[in-house]
Design a protein around this ligand. Sequence first.
Ligand code: NDP
Ligand code: GDR
Length: 370
Amino acid sequence: MKKALITGVTGQDGAYLSEFLLKKGYEVHGVKRRSSLFNTDRIDHLYVDQHEKNVKFKLHYGDLTDSTNLIRIIQEVQPDEIYNLGAMSHVKVSFDTPEYTANADGIGTLRILEAIRILGLEKKTKIYQASTSELYGLVQEVPQKESTPFYPRSPYAVAKMYAYWITVNYREAYNMFACNGILFNHESPLRGETFVTRKITRAVARIALGAQDKVYLGNLDSKRDWGHAKDYVEAMWLILQQKKPQDFVIATGVTTTVRDFVKMAFARVGIEVEFKGSGVKETAVVKSCKNKEFQLKKGTVVVAVDKAYFRPTEVDLLIGDPSKCKKILKWKPKYNLAMLVNEMVDADVQLFKKDEYLKKGGFKTLSQFE
Ligand code: NDP
Ligand code: GDR
């Protein structure tokens, strides 16, 4: 039975990847950070009492900023595959915490690679590094492919650039099976609430249900190549199943503005919105509301722009070229953007309906804590 170790197991991708590998028959070990509140919501359904026999999913306390801890966990687990997904993954927040981001996202990767070397596991353990389309940053070429030059535009992207190259260097210097997956944005109902897609789908659900008036967003012009996390974790696994270690772009090849994502998300609940004005004065207003369940009047402002959400340096356009992964990995996404948006909006509508139901019953709910 193969053993996988996942850093960032409590995150969006960690949860989908754990589920995927368990289904493939792996024993899955995850590194989770100590937190003052439970942080395992996304993986609770996979967890079994550790006293049971043949437990296939195990968690270890750890942190990418602590080498001794990583060495100990890797020594204990002796993994066949490591998926290094742990990171301070929010681009905007990285401008506020640049040093920590460099430590966890950049040097954290080095710590994993060095641990493998120190333990003499170079021949046994394969490593997947969670690289990112943010590396392309300021547009040099479209669509972006494996050979496109990098021009990172945030402390996050600069830290990930170090991680990318140190992974390549350890592969070349020590013959390690270490690969970068350069993944374009991927989302899901498990996406963190402060990334733009989830922020929008949550807001759409709450606005439709009357729990919120409007949502403030930043740059509506930026374009992203959005896929579904479920498809993307399969690509991670495929990258480590190849004969020779190499790097891959994983993308859909379709790009969409934040503004169009907003329109699609509202359309899912039967609300047509139109954008008016420009720059920081731009708003989205209700044009029509076909869904009788929701009472939104024509002309109601549902989206406004707040400068606070703009980044000091932005990545304007991301669109990936998936030719290599299609050809070599035979990877093809099952979801398109409409399916992704619909799944996310539906999940958030369900979540907030439950919330409203609890509120009516006199219980404390998510929205009462906000
Ligand atoms: P999330 O933000 O959802 O998850 C990040 C995970 O990393 C969480 O489990 C978090 O723990 C953990 N983590 C954060 N800091 C540390 C640390 N110092 N030590 C150990 N663990 C830590 O990210 P995603 O699942 O979306 O992304 C997974 C990886 O892929 C990340 O590296 C991200 O940068 C990269 N990536 C993501 C893309 C996307 O579109 N989603 C695209 C390209 C790359 P906790 O739960 O405690 O916060
Ligand atoms: P990104 O994702 O920066 O691409 O990084 P995010 O969803 O945060 O932003 C996408 C684009 O939307 C614009 N935007 C806003 N973003 C946020 N978060 N909040 C807003 O209110 C808002 N309004 C507009 C942003 O300016 C940006 O242009 C994600 C992360 O998962 C990274 O870890 C990963 O490496 C990349 O995707 C690929």
